[in-house]
Design a protein around this ligand. Structure first.
Ligand code: GLN
Length: 454
């Protein structure tokens, strides 16, 4: 009975789109066989994980939470998921997400929103957003439906949902994890990473996920560091930068408090705290919401009703009508909005005014970080300007929704590693996250600072 109640409770969160428990059981059995044969076990031996439904999985439906991919069964496996299976992990199922990873609340999913397992204490009991786009991953790990899950982060989609649900998630340096076989959103920003209960689990899982892949032209040809073995919360001799531009109007007092606590904890761990400036921070959000839709509009051109999933073929329709009907029926409103914005900013008449300008801003933001890291080892900031909001609270107002990404997108534009770690609760008893941003390739520095906070 208790088991059934748990299953019903788990289903109520709507975190999974497809369940594949047999695959997880298979991986567990393989551990027994390996043990019996005296073989060395992989880093993730027997660990049942959730897979964000943005990773193509051989023989298992992959939808990106969009109607246009419903029924699409890949005949290939993404490099990251295949690395995880090689390390011994097994798949419990495919996790819900914002459609094509576009969103910050998991409300743009064709398969319905995910519900966070958290509630405000003493409040209205309103169901809360688990964050997005990796909302199925955050809800599932937070509710302990699985010990870890994959996420992807284009402009915060690992960090923001981790912050909203009291778990840990890290986006590595751009290029650490192969993008091959991950449904593309904005290719110059997309990065995969782990979402788990703590820093150590993230280190272990990231080691399994990362690595050079000749099939991704932007993959970094570098060995994977032993992040788990390198974990060390002694921060003596390290400098932590506090960016003054992240003290923004509209940030909750609770968030600012948790930031101050984080500063105190890192000091206790031996770090020196220094003030830094990232002067172009306020242009990051507008630049992101030009570059990401621009790349999305181009990436999503492939959904034409011929190659994948859905096809709408009205009576007597020709090829053009089939394209139009399929795309109109298949893409949700947020995806259509991004395609429209992206197509507009890439059009001949507006390209220079928007896209070129945004690319220049992107360079300035990367230079801000380069300069800042001359004076510090890692940067500490909030992950989000608020704790989790209620479902429906921002869903009619895309700008309010986009503003939630304000602290997350700068590290994405600069391709830097960044992590969210739980840092206490707000006055309503909801989790808050602190973000640690590291220099390129310094995941170890990020993980170690996170370890000092958790
Ligand atoms: N919320 C951001 C967006 O909607 C980030 C999404 C992501 O990182 N995949 O674009």
């Amino acid at each position: 009975e208790a088991f059934n109640a748990n299953v019903v409770g788990a289903k109520a969160l709507n975190a999974f789109i497809v369940d594949t428990p047999d695959m997880a059981i298979e991986a567990a059995k393989a551990v027994d066989a390996d043990k019996a044969a005296g073989r060395t076990l992989g880093k993730m031996a027997g660990v049942p994980i959730g897979m964000k439904d943005l990773f193509c999985t051989n023989g298992v439906q992959t939808t990106a939470a969009s109607h246009i991919l419903e029924g699409f069964i890949p005949t290939y496996e993404s490099t990251v998921s295949s690395n995880l299976w090689k390390a011994g992990a097994g798949m419990l199922g495919k996790l819900n997400l914002d459609q094509f990873a576009m969103g910050s609340s998991n409300e743009t999913s064709y398969f319905g929103n995910v519900i966070s397992p958290w509630r405000r204490c003493g409040g209205d009991n309103a169901p809360l957003a688990p964050g997005g786009s990796s909302g199925g991953s955050s809800a599932a790990v937070s509710a302990r439906l699985c010990p870890a899950a994959t996420g992807t982060d284009t402009g915060g989609s690992i960090r923001q949902p981790a912050a909203f649900t009291g778990i840990t998630g890290i986006k590595p340096t751009y290029g650490r994890c192969s993008r091959w076989g991950i449904v593309a959103f904005a290719s110059s920003l997309d990065q995969a990473g782990p979402m788990a209960r703590d820093v150590r689990d993230c280190a272990i899982m990231l080691e399994a996920m990362a690595g050079f892949d000749p099939k991704d032209a932007t993959s970094l040809d570098l060995p994977v560091p032993e992040w788990e073995a390198g974990l060390n919360s002694d921060l003596r001799g390290k400098k932590v930068g506090i960016p003054k531009e992240y003290r923004m109007d509209g940030t909750d007092a609770d968030i600012l408090n948790s930031w101050d606590n984080g500063i105190a904890w890192l000091k206790d761990a031996g770090a020196e705290i220094v003030d830094i400036s990232l002067p172009h921070t306020k242009y990051a959000l507008p630049a992101y919401y030009i570059i990401a839709p621009a790349e999305a509009s181009s990436n999503l051109a492939r959904y034409d009703g011929v190659r994948y999933g859905l096809r709408e073929l009205p009576d007597g329709a020709g090829l053009q009508e089939m394209y139009a009907a399929t795309r109109a029926a298949g893409f949700g409103p947020e995806v259509r909005r991004r395609i429209m914005i992206g197509t507009y900013v890439l059009s001949a008449g507006f390209y220079d005014a928007y896209y070129t300008q945004a690319q220049k801003v992107r360079t300035l933001i990367a230079q801000d970080f380069e300069k800042a890291f001359e004076n510090c080892d890692v940067i500490l900031a909030p992950t989000t300007p608020t704790a989790a909001f209620a479902l429906g609270e921002n869903s009619e107002d895309p700008l309010a929704m986009y503003l939630n990404d304000v602290f997350a997108v700068p590290a994405s534009l600069a391709g830097l590693p960044a992590m969210s770690v739980p840092a206490g609760l707000n006055k309503d008893g909801l989790p808050l996250g602190l973000q640690i941003i590291g220099n390129a390739l310094d995941e170890q520095g990020v993980l170690n600072a996170g370890l000092a906070i958790e």
